[in-house]
Design a protein around this ligand. Structure first.
Ligand code: B16
Ligand code: MG
Length: 219
């Protein structure tokens, strides 16, 4: 039985959540309100468009369609300026060990991210060539917690969903993986990601032994 792995991007491979937060906060502040880190938690894994809708609800701000599109583009320009200087030094601790191990052992793995900027980040961090497939916000019509992004990723690496393992930092992403009947591995805080099958605070806690047990279906 062959196993495949699917990585979320923001918060799993790179810590871009902080840049999303800075850019959303700037937008909110310009519209006359603020957003907290707890609120930002609810935006993890959520698409850009849906995130802006939620933020405007929080701030009780109504925008015309044109203003909405303008604010969304401004947010992305700010976000792109924050990520412009990223390099492989920005990979989160321990993640490249796991990626290299899978790659060296010919275990298929894909990216499954809500971000439309995923390819830029994979290029900047030197990972784009290593992934067998990249599925991002440009490829999906239904956002996490809908499992679409992970199901497309599984089909691209030709592995049955129940044989896929998903690494995710967001509640919506863990729910998406569970709905797809994949094994969900939460990267982050235990009390937030309690729906995951396994939880680690980051990849440096994940031993190659654990990866091997997953590959051999021993856990
Ligand atoms: P973009 P992931 C998600 O990426 C982020 O967690 C979420 O905060 C962001 O709004 C979304 O991507 C869209 O990102 O604006 O770059 O298209 O965690 O699914 O890799
Ligand atoms: Mg994420």
């Amino acid at each position: 039985m062959h196993k495949g792995f699917i990585f979320d991007l923001d918060g799993v491979i790179v810590d871009t959540a902080k840049f999303h937060y800075l850019a959303w906060r700037k937008l909110a502040n310009n519209l006359g309100f603020d957003i907290t880190e707890d609120q930002n938690e609810q935006l993890k894994g959520i698409s850009r468009l849906r995130s802006l809708e939620i933020i405007l609800e929080w701030g009780k701000v109504n925008l015309s369609q044109d203003q909405f599109m303008e604010q969304m583009a401004l947010k992305n320009d700010n976000y792109l300026s924050y990520i412009s200087s990223m390099t492989k030094k920005d990979l989160l601790p321990g993640v490249s060990n796991v990626i290299d191990y899978l790659s060296e052992n010919n275990i298929p793995f894909a990216l499954g991210s809500a971000s439309k900027n995923a390819r830029i980040i994979l290029e900047k961090t030197g990972l784009i060539q290593k992934f067998n497939a990249v599925v991002d916000g440009n490829d999906v019509s239904k956002a996490k917690p809908n499992p679409e992004v992970f199901l497309i990723a599984a089909s691209k690496i030709k592995i049955e969903p129940e044989n896929c393992v998903v690494f995710e930092d967001s509640v919506a992403g863990i729910q998406a993986a569970n709905k797809a009947e994949m094994i969900s591995v939460g990267i982050g805080e235990k009390d937030i990601l309690n729906e995951a099958d396994f939880i680690f605070s980051d990849f440096s806690e994940i031993k190659i032994d654990f990866i091997n047990q997953l590959i051999k279906s021993q856990i």
